[in-house]
Write a protein that binds this ligand. Sequence first.
Ligand code: HEC
Ligand code: HEC
Length: 186
Amino acid sequence: MRSRAALAALPGVLALAAAHAEVDPQLCFACHGPNGNSVNAAVPALAGQPAQFIGTQLIMFREKRRTDPQMSPVAAPLTNPEILALGKFFAAQQRAAPAQKPSEAVIAAGRKLAEDYNCVVCHGPALHGQQHIPRLAGQQKEYLRTQLRGFKAGTRFDMDGNMTSAAQRLQPADIDVLADYISGLE
Ligand code: HEC
Ligand code: HEC
């Protein structure tokens, strides 16, 4: 009975979802910063992220594959059309210039690690991301460090396993250099 009623209601629900496919992105600015340019070390910037990456991560949070005490409740009620619209919005925002520049020594060491460990192969030559692969350039340093440690430890969910394997060879010192280097990139 219940499923038949739900099915009968489906066209109406879909029309409603399409009509209300906008969540005000201002809701996200409270944590992710103005236009998705985070000023909080623990919260990732969203500005200039590929729309597909934002969409897949929101679905991962909604489906409880990825969990966070702050982010999970925000993602829980989002519909697919709302997720699509949010991805489009943040992908179109300009990423702010990085707050600080690392030393020449860190830049040289970081660039070498990013090439030796193939970060540039998946995340793109300028680490600007593509499709479901995130932009890393100019991301919050602490956030990058936490995520890399999480992938290495197997605690950050990874859709296809690629990033978890990429992180296995990284030593703790490599992670520090990479986080310093990448957060300073435009
Ligand atoms: C109460 C604070 C808060 C609000 C409001 C919030 N977020 Fe988040 N969001 C976070 C935190 C914290 C993380 C990082 C979670 C982690 O460390 O795994 C995050 C992570 C994300 C990620 C993953 C990004 C990445 O680089 O992996 C996306 C996408 C995202 N949020 C989108 C949104 C959108 C869209 C909104 C508005 C509808 C929003 N968030 C509102 C706190 C918030
Ligand atoms: C084989 C492809 C591949 C390689 C090589 C790779 N990555 Fe990734 N990376 C991904 C994918 C795909 C994701 C998204 C994972 C997910 O959440 O499902 C990701 C996610 C990340 C994230 C999380 C960012 C965020 O905003 O949540 C960081 C940080 C990261 N990669 C850094 C690196 C670094 C540094 C290297 C080199 C040491 C690297 N990656 C090499 C594919 C790759």
